[in-house]
Write a protein that binds this ligand. Structure first.
Ligand SMILES: Cc1cc2nc3c(=O)[nH]c(=O)nc-3n(C[C@H](O)[C@H](O)[C@H](O)COP(=O)(O)OP(=O)(O)OC[C@H]3O[C@@H](n4cnc5c(N)ncnc54)[C@H](O)[C@@H]3O)c2cc1C
Ligand code: HEM
Length: 389
C-alpha cells in the first residue's frame, strides 16, 4: 500500500513524466531487453523501432500516476493491457524484471538530484501496486481460458490444415489442434497469440480470428507485409501440415450484446475481426452496414463471402471503396464525410466498430462523432501498440 507521502510524490512527478515519459520508456526498453534476452520474443521488434510500444507504455504509466487515487477509473486501459499481456503470455515472474529496469531508468534518465531515494521508493511502491493489479487480473484470465470448454493454458500445438489465398496479399490459414480435442469458442473480434521459431529465434505475434469459431480450430487471415518476419514466413515458407504454437483467444474488441444498428468499418486487412462479428450479428436480424476500404479489388479480401451473406440477408448492406482503383470499381474514391453521411443509417444511435491504419481510424472516428454517433458507442482495435486516435 502506498503512504499518503508516496502518493504525493507520485502526483508531483506526473509533470516530469509528461515531458520525459517517452525518453524514459525508450531507455527502459533498451535496458529491459538488453539485460533479459529471454523475454525478447514477447516484444515485436518493429513496434520497438517505431517507438509505438514506448509511447503505449508511457501513456499507461502517466494515466496511472494521474489516477493514483482512483484506479477504478482505469478500467478500460487495464482491460486492454491485460488482454495484450495474456495473448503474448506475460507471466508474474516477468514483473520484477520490468520493475528493476523501470526504476534504474528513472534513476539514470533523471539523475540523482531529481530521482532521490524517496522518489524511487514511491515509484517502487506504485509499480508494485500496479504490477499486483495486473498479475491478479491476468491470472484470472489465464484460469478462465484454461477452464473454458476446449480451453487451454500456455502454448498448444496447432497444425496448418489448409492455406487459402483471399487476395493478392492476404491468405487464410486454417489451424487445427494437433491433439484433435475441441477448441474454445472465441468471442467475435478476439485474436490469437502465435509463437514461431525461425532460424533458432522465437517470434510472437497476434492475429485476429477471421471466422466464427466452430469448436474445432480457428481461421486467421494474414497480410504479407513487405519486410515482415512472420507474415513473410507464413506466405512463402509455411505449408499445410506445419505446426505452430497457439495461445488461447484474447481481446476486448468484441461484439457487444445490442439490438442497435451495427456499423462495421474496415481499412485493408482490418476486415478480419469484423467477419465473425457479421456472422454473429446476422441471425439477430439487426441492420448491419459494413464499409470496407482497400486500395483496389486485387487486394480486397472476403468481398465475395460478404456479397454471398448480403444476398441471403437483406439487413446486411455492403459498401466498398477503393483509393487506387485499377478498373471499373464502384465508389472509386476514399471514404470521406460526405460518403459516410450518405451511407450511415438515419438512426445515429448505433454501435460502430472500426479497424484499419491509425490515420484512417482517426479520420473515420472524427467524422462519426461529427455526424452524431455517440462516442461511447464507437469501438476500435489496433493491429499494433495502442495509440491515441
Ligand atoms: C490484436 C492484433 C490483431 C492482428 N490481426 C492481424 C490480422 O488479422 N491479419 C494481419 O495480417 N495482421 C494482424 N496483426 C498484425 C500482426 O500481428 C503483425 O504485426 C503483422 O503480421 C506483421 O508481422 P511480421 O512479423 O510479418 O512483420 P514485422 O517483422 O513485425 O515487421 C513489420 C514491419 O516493420 C518493419 N520492421 C521490422 N523491424 C524493424 C526495425 N527494427 N526497424 C524498422 N522497421 C522494422 C518491417 O520491414 C515490416 O514492414 C494484428 C496485430 C494485433 C496487435
Ligand atoms: C506495471 C507494469 C506494466 C504496464 C503498466 C504495462 C503496460 C503495457 C501497455 C500499455 C502495453 C500496450 C498495450 C496495447 O498496445 O494494447 C503493453 C504491451 C506489452 N507489454 Fe506490458 N506492461 C507492464 C508490464 C509488462 C511485463 C512485466 C511484461 C513482460 C515482459 C510486459 C510485456 C508486454 C508486451 C510483450 C506487450 C506487447 C508489446 C508489443 O506490442 O510488441 N509488460 N504493456
Amino acid at each position: 500500500m502506498l503512504s499518503s507521502d508516496q502518493k504525493a510524490i507520485i502526483t508531483a512527478t506526473v509533470p516530469l513524466l509528461e515531458t520525459g515519459g517517452e525518453v524514459l520508456t525508450r531507455h527502459f526498453y533498451a535496458k529491459l531487453l538488453g539485460d533479459n534476452p529471454e523475454i525478447r520474443p514477447l516484444f515485436n521488434g518493429a513496434h520497438q523501432a517505431s517507438g509505438a510500444q514506448a509511447r503505449a507504455l508511457a501513456r499507461a504509466v502517466l494515466m496511472y500516476a494521474r489516477y493514483i487515487d482512483r484506479l477504478d477509473t482505469l478500467g478500460p486501459l487495464v482491460e486492454q493491457i491485460v488482454n495484450k499481456h495474456v495473448s503474448l503470455q506475460v507471466q508474474p515472474d516477468h514483473y520484477p524484471l520490468v520493475g528493476i529496469a523501470l526504476l534504474q531508468s528513472i534513476r539514470e534518465v533523471l539523475g540523482a538530484e531529481v530521482a532521490t531515494d524517496a522518489v524511487i521508493d514511491a515509484w517502487a511502491a506504485a509499480y508494485g501496486q500496479l504490477a499486483n493489479l495486473l498479475i491478479g487480473a491476468e491470472e484470472q484470465r489465464y484460469a478462465a481460458q484454461a477452464e473454458a470448454p476446449g480451453g487451454w493454458r500456455g502454448g498448444r500445438p496447432f497444425r496448418i490444415a489448409r492455406i487459402e489465398p483471399e487476395s493478392e496479399e492476404i491468405s487464410s490459414f486454417y489451424l487445427e489442434p494437433v491433439d484433435g480435442l475441441p477448441t474454445s469458442i472465441a468471442q467475435p473480434g478476439q485474436y490469437l497469440g502465435l509463437s514461431l521459431t525461425l532460424d533458432g529465434v522465437e517470434y510472437r505475434r497476434n492475429y485476429s480470428i477471421s471466422a466464427a469459431s466452430d469448436g474445432q480450430g480457428y481461421r486467421i487471415s494474414v497480410k504479407h507485409q513487405p519486410g515482415g518476419v512472420v507474415s513473410r514466413y507464413l506466405h512463402t515458407d509455411a505449408h499445410e501440415g506445419g505446426v505452430l504454437q497457439v495461445f488461447a483467444p484474447a481481446g476486448e474488441f468484441v461484439l457487444q450484446e445490442s439490438t442497435k444498428p451495427l456499423l462495421l468499418i474496415a481499412g485493408g486487412v482490418g476486415i478480419t475481426p469484423l467477419l465473425p462479428m457479421v456472422s454473429a450479428a446476422l441471425p439477430s436480424g439487426r441492420p448491419i452496414q459494413l464499409i470496407h476500404c482497400t486500395r483496389h479489388v486485387g487486394v480486397q479480401a472476403f468481398g465475395h463471402w460478404l456479397e454471398e451473406q448480403a444476398a441471403h440477408h437483406p439487413q446486411l448492406q455492403l459498401y466498398f471503396c477503393y483509393s487506387e482503383p485499377v478498373a471499373e470499381e464502384a465508389y472509386a474514391s476514399r471514404l470521406d464525410r460526405t460518403r459516410l453521411q450518405r451511407w450511415l443509417p438515419k438512426d445515429r444511435d448505433l454501435d460502430a466498430y472500426l479497424l484499419g491504419p491509425q490515420p484512417f481510424m482517426a479520420q473515420v472516428r472524427r467524422d462519426l462523432l461529427e455526424l452524431g454517433v455517440p462516442e461511447k458507442q464507437i469501438r476500435h482495435e489496433f493491429f499494433g501498440p495502442a495509440t491515441d486516435l
